[in-house]
Design a protein around this ligand. Structure first.
Ligand SMILES: Cc1cc2nc3c(=O)[nH]c(=O)nc-3n(C[C@H](O)[C@H](O)[C@H](O)COP(=O)(O)OP(=O)(O)OC[C@H]3O[C@@H](n4cnc5c(N)ncnc54)[C@H](O)[C@@H]3O)c2cc1C
Length: 457
């Protein structure tokens, strides 16, 4: 790894391990005073009341990271003021919306955190939704469903639009309507010069913000094309431990129309497949018949209730869904673009026996109709993405995920989903951005010549 790649990987890691090599930033008293005076939202410095709550992110592996300050921006003017302050004092910045970045990417020991989680407005004008970057998935589904509209998005209820859309946004309407980023009409973004810009059309920055991740500016609003809430139903089928390879083969053989998006999970105990179909339950039962065994269940519900089910909070109201519950985990990602051989299926089963779960999201449909170079999201030829996930103590989780990845990597296409990043990913930048990396690097140099924002590229 050369120095540039090292720095890129370090940035991807939210400086979590790079901090071994680089000293933490300490703000002087004058810098602190100037920051407080510049913004209207609260600013938290180490040692002050509220700092510990303000600095923590979703993945508790990064509980020990102590940024030099956390600014809770009240509005776009606050974001601009913080960027100008950083320019004046030469301090790096990192944005945070929902704090779910897997590798602690929205915290840092060296960069001041600009937390835009409070910019969470959701509005609809005609068919265009405008989201603040802090708008949470389930709140977005609920607010739009009340107006009989929706967007394709992820299933975690508390993930925020800001981080999700910059890296992709895959969920159970993905094959029908594309990734969240495929629905974006324009962004408002505060750039390194402190200007607020609306980017859209063939603007380079608009291209980069759809898949290129953090580091090009701080997004303060996202406008997206919505669709009418569809009729929808869901299914679930389970397999015993001995049926895992068979489950994988049956799932891969499914002739699914784009209205069906399904997810297969393999773990030590067995396999399961669940999914959402935008159509009638009778048609769904016919479509998933090749998967069926005694445990197949199907059901029809309102679109919002189905999203709550996928989010794991079908019981209880919206507040229960939006409860923020940080936890410790490690994860990695592998994209598969060719049909697995029997050796490949065996490798997947062995990987599940490491104790990590393998969560496979079906791609294709609307996702793969977009060219790999139309946005910075390059993964347009995948059959499915595999998320390797372990929720347990950090060292065990990391080792399980790493072993599982090694077992299946040879059956993947060398790419990985940038929204499921991993500190141990070999060649991370090429895996996340493929041959879009050079254009991303050029745009980064032009948009942020002083490297104000922490960035992978
Ligand atoms: C439990 C869980 C479930 C998930 N489920 C899904 C899923 O179903 N589908 C899916 O596609 N993904 C899913 N993800 C991944 C998720 O999309 C990413 O972790 C995403 O980056 C989180 O966004 P955030 O704003 O919550 O996180 P943050 O940690 O706040 O941000 C993540 C990255 O984006 C940058 N960033 C955040 N906001 C801004 C902004 N306003 N301007 C510029 N840069 C910004 C940060 O600096 C950081 O690098 C899941 C994650 C978790 C933890």
């Amino acid at each position: 790894m050369n120095r540039r790649e090292l720095l890129g990987a370090a940035a991807l890691a939210g400086l979590a391990w790079a901090d071994d090599a680089f000293a933490a930033t300490r703000l002087t008293a004058a810098q602190r005073r100037a920051l407080r005076a510049a913004v209207r939202g609260p600013v938290f410095f180490p040692g002050a009341s509220g700092y510990d709550a303000a600095r923590r992110v979703f993945n508790r592996r990064f509980d020990g990271v102590r940024p030099p300050a956390v600014v809770r921006a009240r509005d776009t003017t606050d974001v601009q003021a913080a960027v100008r302050w950083a320019e004046r004092f030469g301090v790096p910045l990192v944005a945070r919306s929902g704090g779910h970045g897997y590798t602690g990417d929205s915290t840092s020991r060296t960069a001041v955190v600009i937390d835009v989680g409070g910019l969470d407005r959701i509005s609809l004008s005609g068919t265009t939704a405008t989201l603040g970057p802090g708008a949470r998935n389930l709140a977005v589904y609920a607010a739009l469903a009340a107006r009989k509209r929706t967007i394709p998005s992820g299933s975690c209820p508390t993930v925020a639009a800001g981080g999700l859309v910059l890296g992709g946004g895959m969920g159970l309407a993905g094959r029908a309507y594309g990734l969240t980023l495929d629905r974006v009409r324009s962004f408002d973004v505060v750039t390194a010069d402190g200007r607020r810009r609306r980017v859209e059309g063939d603007d380079d920055l608009f291209w980069a913000l759809r898949g290129g991740g953090a580091g090009f500016g701080i997004v303060t609003a996202i406008r997206l094309r919505t669709v009418a809430v569809p009729r929808a139903c869901g299914f679930r089928v389970s397999y015993p431990r001995a049926g895992r390879a068979e489950a994988l083969e049956a799932w891969e053989s499914l002739h699914a129309p784009r209205e069906l998006t399904s997810i297969l999970t393999l773990d030590t105990g067995g396999a399961s497949v669940f999914g959402q179909y935008l159509g009638s339950e009778a048609a769904l039962r016919r479509l998933v018949a090749p998967l069926a065994n005694a445990t197949l269940t199907t059901g029809t519900d309102t679109y919002l209730n189905l999203q709550r089910r996928w989010a794991g909070c079908a019981d209880g109201g919206l507040p229960a869904c939006l409860r923020y519950s940080p936890t410790t985990f490690a994860a990695a990602s592998v994209y598969v673009s060719k049909r697995l051989t029997s050796a490949g299926r065996r490798a997947f089963v062995d990987a599940a026996d490491t104790g990590a779960s393998l969560i496979c999201d079906a791609y294709g449909g609307a996702i793969n109709e977009v060219s790999a170079h139309a946005t910075a999201f390059v993964h347009r030829h995948a059959r499915f993405s595999v998320q390797i996930l372990s929720y347990t103590g950090a060292a065990t989780a990391r080792s399980r995920v790493d072993r599982a990845r090694r077992l299946i990597a040879g059956h993947g296409n060398g790419q990985a989903y940038q929204n499921y990043p991993d500190l141990d990913q070999p060649g991370p930048l090429r895996a996340y951005y493929g041959d879009n990396l050079e254009r991303l690097r050029r745009i980064k140099r032009e948009a942020d010549p002083g490297k104000r924002f922490i960035s992978a590229v």
